[in-house]
Design a protein around this ligand. Structure first.
Ligand code: SAH
Length: 508
């Protein structure tokens, strides 16, 4: 067990690195301290989701510099840390990358030490190493570079008392990594070549490394400034100079992801958005979660009566489930009735698709019927081969489910009981989410109700004009058309995998 594990303690200031941008590159320690701190003073260059895990009652204050109106001066920031710690708060001072690599963390620590305030230094993954890695550039390499230098590019090369020794840097036997240098790139390249650095040495400039907006420009030292300016590269960007850059040809990986730089809206209910969102992120997408629908289990007379009948046993010959949610709500109802899966002993079970079957599996049940095509029609087709005459069939469905399945089963002669086991309701979206949706590349729809709820939450369907609308299947596409929207693509397989494939294909 590490000595530094545990929650943030009162009166202590933690100088924490938040990594280069990819939320997955935050350390366990950083996440733990963010989750428990009383106050968080954060910089501009931290991952967008870095503060998501903070306590609801935590004090969150922007304490950064840079192109923002509320820019703070260094002494002010240090004073604020001292003040909060003296109030007995646990304070996280959150900075991009590593707090001690061009991060002024040492100055802040020195102020705390002088004020007699306890502090901890929590290193982070620094951009110089991480952005390079995500560009397929190793900062050291057995064949190319036995050393690496981290250099600030912000020094004005014209300044007479510049602290950069250009002659020494040019002669440095290894990789040069410049932070903050994009604006100065013409001068940096000129100074280095003037002092004897090879004009044809390969250089990579990496913008917003490790994020969905990562872009890399590679050129020889003599040409890099012009190429970067042509490409419109903007800070934050990192410049890596050295033969290690050639490795990118072989091991470039991150920028090859099919959805890199594309924003994709995920509209599934909050509980289900996780997997779809995580998978899209792995493909490089920037995911906007718009859980426009929420499912609320029902606990009314009909549900209670059904649960009692099931617990009694033998009440139904066949039970049909049309969503994973339905399965979960069904078992919650059984539990409330003091029963469990044994109530379904001897009962056949049908699931509308793979996800629903998986949910049943989590309750220890194997579905007897799972259609290839995950729609009510597909399930009905499959069940049509069964002799259902006079069979007691329960359909545990969403209150707004289409009548296709229940009507069809009745036509097959079954005695059908339809029980609405949950409601789906529209969730209001924060303004920032609405704005992000209006500018997104893709909007995914995993059900007809997610179409209706998203439109209700947005207020008008027009906000989706110009977005590529990706539908999970024909029923969802129909719901889009009913709302006056034409789907841009429809999944070939009507499940999450099919939906993801359709987004990737549309991204071309
Ligand atoms: N403490 C930070 C660096 C702060 S200085 C760290 O350890 O990473 C800010 C500079 O870091 C930026 O101007 C840029 O050069 C670099 N930088 C930070 N994040 C970056 C990113 N995601 N991609 C490329 N460069 C980045």
């Amino acid at each position: 067990m590490s000595q530094t594990s545990g929650a943030a303690r009162p009166g202590v200031v933690y100088l924490v690195g938040a990594g280069p941008g990819d939320p997955g590159l935050m350390t366990v320690r950083a996440t733990q301290l963010i989750a428990t701190a009383d106050a968080i003073l954060y910089d501009r260059l931290i991952p967008p989701t870095a503060l998501d895990g903070a306590r609801d009652d935590a004090l969150l204050e922007f304490a950064g510099k840079g192109p923002r109106g509320d820019s703070k001066l260094q002494p002010e920031i240090e004073q604020r840390m001292v003040e909060l710690a003296r109030e007995g708060k646990s304070v996280v001072r959150l900075k991009g990358g590593d707090p001690l690599v061009f991060g002024r963390g040492a100055e802040e620590a020195a102020t705390l030490a002088a004020a007699g305030i306890e502090f901890e230094l929590v290193p982070g993954v620094t951009a110089g190493v991480a952005a390079a890695a995500y560009a397929g550039v190793p900062v050291t390499h057995r064949e190319h570079a036995a050393a690496v230098a981290f250099v600030t590019g912000q020094e004005n090369p014209e300044k007479s008392e510049t602290s950069i020794d250009w002659a020494a840097l040019a002669a440095f036997p290894g990789t040069l990594v410049f932070y903050m240098g994009v604006g100065n790139l013409p001068r940096i390249a000129e100074r280095l070549t003037a002092h004897g650095r090879r004009a044809d040495e390969p250089v990579a400039v990496i913008q917003q490394g490790t994020t969905a907006s990562q872009r890399t420009v590679v050129a020889p030292l003599a040409e890099i400034a012009a190429r970067v300016s042509d490409a419109g590269i903007k800070p934050p960007a990192l410049t890596v100079i050295g033969d290690v850059v050639v490795e990118r040809q072989r091991i470039e990986w991150f920028e090859r992801r099919p959805l890199l730089g594309r924003s994709v809206v995920v509209t599934r209910a909050r509980a289900q958005a996780g997997t779809l969102g995580a998978r899209l992120r792995e493909l490089g997408a920037e995911v906007i979660e718009a859980p426009a629908i929420r499912t609320i289990p029902r606990d009314d007379d009909a549900v209670r009566k059904m649960a009692e009948r099931v617990s009694f046993g033998g009440a139904y010959d066949l039970v049909c489930f049309t969503s994973a949610n339905g399965v979960d709500c069904f078992f919650e109802a059984l539990k409330r009735a003091g029963s469990d899966a044994r109530g379904l002993a001897g009962t056949q079970i049908a699931a509308v698709g793979k996800a629903t079957a998986t949910a049943l599996g989590e309750h220890g049940l194997n579905a007897d019927f799972v259609p290839e095509r995950a729609t009510a029609e597909g399930l009905l087709e499959l069940l049509a081969s069964q002799d259902l005459a006079e069979k007691q069939v329960l359909c545990a469905v969403a209150s707004n489910a289409r009548p296709v399945l229940t009507d069809g089963l009745a036509e097959l002669g079954a005695a059908v009981e339809r029980v609405a086991i949950y409601d789906t309701i529209a969730e209001p979206l924060p303004a920032s989410t609405t704005e992000a949706i209006a500018g997104a590349d893709f909007v995914t729809f995993a059900s007809g109700s997610s179409v209706r709820s998203l439109i209700e939450a947005l207020g008008k369907a027009e906000l989706l004009h110009g977005r590529q609308l990706i539908s999970i299947g024909p029923i969802t596409s129909e719901a889009l058309r009913e709302a006056g929207l034409e789907p841009s693509a429809e999944a070939e397989r009507y499940d999450v995998d099919g939906l993801i494939d359709a987004v990737v294909a549309a991204a071309g």
